[in-house]
Design a protein around this ligand. Structure first.
Ligand code: URP
Ligand code: ZN
Ligand code: ZN
Ligand code: ZN
Length: 484
């Protein structure tokens, strides 16, 4: 059974050209004019692009006394409805829990996925067992990225010594550390002060996490990564202070990647000052939304290439769950949704405004992260041999985002009322049409786990350089007599 996408314009991270695409057994088998197959998908007037990859989601995440409400079934359905064909979630070991047990838990949760997925591993505690297990996590389980929470004190947070040890272990294994960069000690003390002063509403969340908290932690993580000799990926980069630290590191020659979220590009801090408690609490996430200057900085980073990819950090809680924090903003589960809306919003507010080219759109939604996570060109490419994770993007389709019609399982949408123009006509997951003209055709369990090999290139380059410039004893012909 073969499928041909006919009459469209292929858009990749570096090329735009008219061509048909032929698919067999889930892979692209031919690209060229006048192809034929058993089934034809009409792409007239459309752009054929690699499906979106969201490198940062939390589906059914155990967090702040509850679980995020989109699981792998509803989360991946929301993803493909918006043109995203792969998600990467985070295995979170409980304190003292084996990393392998965490993988088992995430394996069990993800059997319902409708599109392909992969995992990062979080380092939530540290001792010899974790150090030892990291090797098999990389070599046997195909996880080459380790996440470190510098915030959430008393829960997921790790300290600098643990982070440095883990980063060095990543360097040895050809893996890459990720950081949630916020100074968790400062956040905890600001939260306590605000609560003591009676500032217990959701606006307190934003006040307790100013951009300096993020800038400081980003800079610290970058310096620690430099000393450990590893590349670094900074998740949910939300402000100029953090972006500035990334720019400076890049200028110094470091491989540091920054990931803005569609939420931070689109929404600002005024959301927390709304008179409606539910409105503000639904938008509580970390880092919080920032002002326009920070948003401009993030857009500029995507344009200039100092920031690498746009994610969602999809971690959806219902209004009822958000209300755990009535009278105490520190108990509002942190997280917002965005999986279904990331591509249409970035297209509408990025490409059609002229902030991004179509090729840059593909780069920041798919190709860059496929390369960074070492799964290119299996993912993130329109090339013969690549997985047929594709979108046929219709720039004339439009809709107004509303919770009433969304796929996500929660009862609101933080982008409610925003109009988008540019939506998938078809979404294909390994060649299977999973969305056709807003009708979902997903199949629970169609999604496969994607193993990711360690990074031979960047880590080898860094370790070679580190050896070259390592401290060396100077051999001297003679030394003067001791002065004492
Ligand atoms: O508020 C957020 N971002 N929730 C999800 C967990 C995390 O920090 O990424
Ligand atoms: Zn985070
Ligand atoms: Zn996250
Ligand atoms: Zn299937």
């Amino acid at each position: 059974m073969s499928t041909v996408i006919k009459g469209g314009t292929i858009v990749t991270a570096d090329l735009t050209y008219k061509s048909d695409v032929k698919i067999e057994d889930g892979k692209i088998v031919a690209i060229g004019p006048d192809l034929s197959g058993d089934e034809t998908l009409d792409a007239t007037g459309c752009f054929v692009m690699p499906g979106g990859i969201d490198p940062h989601v939390h589906l059914q995440m155990p967090f702040m006394g509850t679980y995020s409400s989109d699981d792998f079934a509803s989360g991946t359905r929301a993803a493909v409805a918006g043109g995203t064909t792969m998600v990467v979630d985070f295995c979170l070991p409980d304190p003292g829990q084996s990393l392998f047990d965490a993988i088992k838990r995430w394996d069990n949760k993800s059997t319902s996925a409708a599109c392909d997925y992969s995992f990062h591993m979080a380092i939530t505690w540290w001792d010899k067992q974790v150090f030892d297990e990291m090797e098999a996590v990389v070599k046997e389980h195909g996880i080459n990225t380790f996440k470190h929470f510098m915030a959430y004190k008393g829960a997921l947070m790790v300290n600098d010594d643990e982070m440095f040890a883990s980063f060095q272990r990543c360097a040895e294994l050809g893996a890459m550390p990720l950081v949630h960069a916020e100074n968790g000690d400062v956040v905890a003390s600001m939260q306590a002060k605000l609560m003591a002063e009676g500032n217990n509403g959701p606006e307190g969340h934003a006040y307790s996490r100013p951009p300096e908290v993020e800038g400081e932690a980003t800079n610290r993580a970058i310096m620690i990564a430099d000393m450990a000799g590893v590349p670094l990926y900074v998740v949910h980069t939300s402000c100029e202070q953090s972006h500035e630290a990334i720019r400076r590191a890049k200028q110094k020659g470091m491989r540091v990647y920054g990931e803005p979220l569609i939420q931070h590009l689109m929404l600002d801090e005024s959301e927390y000052f709304d008179k409606d408690w539910d409105h503000s609490a639904r938008r509580v996430m970390s880092p919080p939304f920032r002002n326009k200057q920070h948003q401009d900085s993030l857009w500029a980073g995507l344009q200039s290439g100092t920031l690498s990819c746009v994610a969602t950090d999809h971690c959806a809680f219902t209004t009822e769950q958000k209300r755990y924090g009535v009278n105490d903003f520190t108990k509002i589960p942190n997280g917002t949704g965005g999986l279904e809306d990331r591509l249409p919003l970035l297209w509408t507010y990025g490409v059609t405004t002229g902030r991004l080219t179509m090729n840059e759109f593909v780069a920041v939604t798919s190709t860059n992260i496929a390369k960074i996570l070492n799964m290119y060109p299996k993912k993130g490419a329109v090339l013969v041999g690549a997985d047929a994770d594709l979108i046929v993007w219709d720039p004339t389709l439009e809709k107004t985002i509303t919770a009433d019609t969304q796929v996500s399982a929660i009862d609101y949408n933080v982008f409610e009322g925003k109009h988008v123009k540019g939506l998938p006509r078809f979404t294909l997951s390994r060649g299977k049409v999973v969305l056709e003209e807003s009708t979902l055709k997903t199949e629970e369990g169609h999604g496969k786990y994607v193993k990711r090999e360690p990074y031979p290139a960047v880590n080898k380059a860094l370790s070679t350089w580190k050896d070259l410039v390592a401290p060396r004893r100077i051999e001297r012909a003679g030394i003067p007599p001791s002065g004492v």
